[in-house]
Write a new protein. Sequence first.
Length: 136
Amino acid sequence: MADCIFCKIIDGGLPSYKVYEDGKVIAFLDIFPIHSGHVLVVPKKHFVDIFDTPAEELQNIIAAAKKLAPAVMKATKADGINIGMNNRPASGQVVMHTHLHVIPRFKDDGLKTWPQRPYNNDAEKQHVLERIKAAL
Ligand code: AMP
Ligand code: ZN
């Protein structure tokens, strides 16, 4: 994809700090890390997000994340790892090329993920449950 920065990194047209590569996947340091060692895992073929990425390609990136997570843990002396994927701008996706974030986390790093809340009532829970099941 001509205008995709991750495609340019994959083609070598843009520099990156590559930490891993195989036939299908590349992984490099995020330039604006949440913590040092934050890695992005990217399929070499251009897909936008989880919706157009074939299951096999998603398997490839999660398999690479499985290799990378312990390496990032060890290298950064992290206490935990977040694996994340944003899909569409409403979720925070900025680069429209499928990628997983592998993010080292530390016990007292003070970061929160998302605020959570209880369901308002049983009807709300049942309603959304039925709608998701019907959509599968
Ligand atoms: P997302 O919000 O999930 O789309 O995340 C995109 C990530 O790509 C952000 O965390 C950016 O810091 C990162 N990023 C953007 N451009 C580059 C680049 N040229 N090299 C490495 N990481 C990048
Ligand atoms: Zn791309």
